[in-house]
Design a protein around this ligand. Structure first.
Ligand SMILES: Nc1ncnc2c1ncn2[C@@H]1O[C@H](COP(=O)(O)OP(=O)(O)OP(=O)(O)O)[C@@H](O)[C@H]1O
Ligand SMILES: [Mg+2]
Length: 322
């Protein structure tokens, strides 16, 4: 990977909601020791809205430290395994804490080792990503035994917890009274909406910030109303697609001497990375794309498989001057 590609891959924009989320997670972190019952917080949003990035950034602010007495792990980050059992979940947490014997022993001895390690490593905050894995979609049920086990483990150590995942992960808290009691209001991250003025302004500010970060690329002003609309149309206003298109364009531009990103580069990047998922929509970076006549778009989460009855059609007709 070249250096310039690297800089594009590393772009991190601290948009307003990102900062709010970090402040809230910091408050949970600080509440460990300070209060009888530490603050816990759910972070939910559709796929690609930036949840994992928020958690990873927060963890990077409180990195592991090697002491003479051992390793301190202020923030323990783990992804809930798919279809978790107490065994697989305990193993994941032990592994993340650096236990070389993470797979050794029965469930009881793993649980005891985990509690000891949590104390020894001075863990203050447990961040559980992909928390929706606690919801068994096929059986339409919650893996309650694992949720109960989790509650027992964190209770003794008085850990603050942040859980992040898709909207349906809130069902786990709704159904588990003892876990729910610990959790405060939900932090929501989602796609920026073009038809909401504040979101539109923030999305354009996001694009400006992206543009400032890899200075070696020449590109049109992404936050200009017309181009921002196209970017939004191409990405549904989701950070993941926005960054995929920009990073893809940077990779294409890398091989050009002036490292120039043009509308055509963006069009090619969109065709390479996004179009296969929405063949019925026009390429918004094509010259003939008419912002005023763009057909409506629906967020991927609105067309994904969601239990009937909860499905809400979210196709929206966007207008450039909404
Ligand atoms: N603040 C940000 N600045 C720059 N890029 C970001 C930011 N947040 C997210 N991204 C990029 O968007 C992509 C998706 O982000 P992330 O994986 O955090 O989403 P997610 O909400 O966890 O998605 P999923 O639910 O599918 O796990 C990643 O490539 C990431 O680098
Ligand atoms: Mg994620």
């Amino acid at each position: 990977m070249t250096e310039s590609m690297d800089s594009c891959e590393r772009i991190l924009v601290k948009y307003p909601l990102f900062k709010t989320a970090i402040t809230r997670i910091q408050a949970c972190f600080d509440s460990h020791d300070a209060t009888a019952e530490p603050d816990c917080c759910p972070l939910v949003g559709e796929s690609g809205s930036g949840k994992t990035t928020i958690i990873a950034y927060f963890a990077s602010l409180h990195p592991r430290v090697d002491h003479k007495w051992g390793v301190e792990v202020p923030v323990l980050v783990a992804k809930v395994p798919a279809r978790p059992t107490v065994k697989s979940f305990a193993e994941t947490l032990l592994y993340q804490l650096g236990d070389p014997l993470w797979s050794r022993g029965n469930t009881v001895s793993k649980s005891i080792r985990l509690r000891e390690l949590i104390k020894r490593c001075r863990v203050r905050l447990l961040a559980l990503d992909e928390f929706q894995h606690f919801v068994d979609v096929r059986r339409a049920s919650i893996v309650n035994d694992v949720a109960d086990w989790l509650k027992e483990q964190v209770e003794e150590a008085r850990l603050a917890i942040v859980v992040s995942g898709l909207q349906r992960c809130l069902e786990v808290l709704r159904q588990n009274e003892q876990l729910r009691r610990r959790f405060g209001s939900t932090l929501r991250v989602s796609a920026f909406r073009w038809d909401v003025k504040e979101d539109r302004t923030t999305y354009r500010a996001f694009l400006s910030a992206v543009q400032e970060q890899p200075p070696e690329y020449e590109m049109p002003i992404l936050a200009d109303l017309d181009l921002a609309f196209r970017m939004h149309y191409a990405s549904y206003g989701l950070i993941s697609y926005t960054m995929k298109i920009i990073r893809g364009a940077a990779r294409i531009a890398c091989s050009h001497p002036r490292r120039q990103i043009t509308l055509r580069t963006l069009s090619q990047s969109y065709a390479d990375h996004v179009w296969s998922e929405r063949l019925n929509d026009p390429n918004p970076f094509a010259e003939k794309f008419d912002c005023e006549k763009a057909p409506p778009i629906a967020l991927p989460s609105a067309t994904a498989c969601i239990p009937s009855g909860t499905l809400v059609s979210r196709a929206v007709r966007l207008e450039l001057h909404a």
